[in-house]
Ligand binder design. Structure first.
Ligand code: URA
Length: 309
């Protein structure tokens, strides 16, 4: 027989959630996973995606304990299986098949002619599963047009609350790093490879990054940066199309073809990593000096004396 759950077990579970970075409930209402599956099927049919024989398995029962975590401090027991049905909760975005979602993203992003339009398009877009658990869209902060664009990984808790990228501790360090090369928020455009916070601050999945990519491509085309600074491994791997780790990718100039233009790109260490590993700041500083030199010299020219160490 199962051991009874004691208050100490519950405390230990909360402590574990906290240690894993879980700070919020994912949802306030229980999810009807069978209804969700019916909606996914309906979306697939609408999108004309043929189902493979036998069809996909119904979604597994909720994997993440986050979705079901009771409010810390509340002692209310989980709802009994026979509890009466709650009134229907407001509809949350329904995930669609990744390939259909990428196609939709591409066509919707391509028709935005300004960043404001792109923001509206993102607000309406339901193809990225992260939207279901995030509080807000974190699109960008800084200038609409900028010579330097910075791309990070994903919004965290502070960003989700503020609806802007890089406003938490990592963002504050980033601002100091930029100030050290004479740049302020008005000089740069800052965003991430995904626009919604992953639950518990986990790394976004390749599918989540892929589905946001058409929006990011359009954003780059509209911002028209001369230089892109990639912050951390997730952004570097995605934009440089590489499986190498950040330590190999950082500190080297690459050419990116985006929006019909050639843009200089360089990767550096993520500010969150620098907060945990202060010794690595030396490397990030070298990368930043390369960016400063390139901005000083102008598009297409990089300081030939500044090699990655
Ligand atoms: N880390 C990121 O990569 N992006 C943010 O916006 C905040 C923290």
């Amino acid at each position: 027989m199962d051991e009874p759950v004691t208050p100490r077990d519950i405390d230990a579970l909360y402590a574990w959630y906290k240690a894993m970075g879980v700070t919020d409930h994912a949802v306030d209402q229980p999810t009807d996973w069978f209804d969700l599956e019916r909606q996914i099927q309906a979306r697939r049919q609408e999108a004309g995606v043929r189902q493979v024989s036998g069809g996909p398995k119904p979604p597994a029962r909720p994997v993440s304990p986050v979705a079901r975590a009771p409010t810390p401090g509340s002692q209310s027991p989980p709802a009994a299986p026979s509890a009466p049905r709650q009134p229907a909760a407001p509809r949350r975005p329904v995930p669609v098949a990744p390939d259909a979602a990428v196609m939709t993203a591409r066509s919707q992003a391509g028709s935005a002619t300004t960043l404001a339009e792109l923001a509206q398009t993102l607000q309406r877009f339901d193809g990225c599963g992260l939207k279901a658990t995030a509080k807000s869209l974190c699109f960008y902060r800084g200038a609409e047009r900028a010579r330097l664009m910075l791309i990070g990984e994903a919004p965290g808790r502070e960003e989700d609350l503020a609806g802007k990228p890089f406003v938490g501790r990592a963002g504050q360090l980033l601002d100091k790093m930029l100030a050290a090369i004479g740049l302020g928020e008005a000089d740069v455009h800052i965003t991430n490879v995904v626009y919604w916070r992953p639950p518990g601050n986990r790394t976004p999945t390749p599918q989540e990054v892929q589905v946001c990519e058409p929006f990011l491509e359009r954003q780059i085309a509209l911002v028209e940066p001369e230089i892109i600074l990639l912050l951390g491994g997730a952004a570097a791997k995605q934009l440089l199309d590489s499986q190498d780790g950040i330590m190999r990718l950082r500190g080297k100039w690459r050419d990116l073809e985006k929006g019909g233009r050639r843009i200089k790109a360089i990767a550096t260490l993520h500010p969150a990593y620098l907060l945990r590993t202060p010794n690595a700041k030396r490397q990030a500083w070298r990368d930043l000096l390369m960016v400063e030199a390139a901005l000083r010299l102008g598009t297409g020219q990089t300081d030939p004396t500044a090699a990655a160490k």
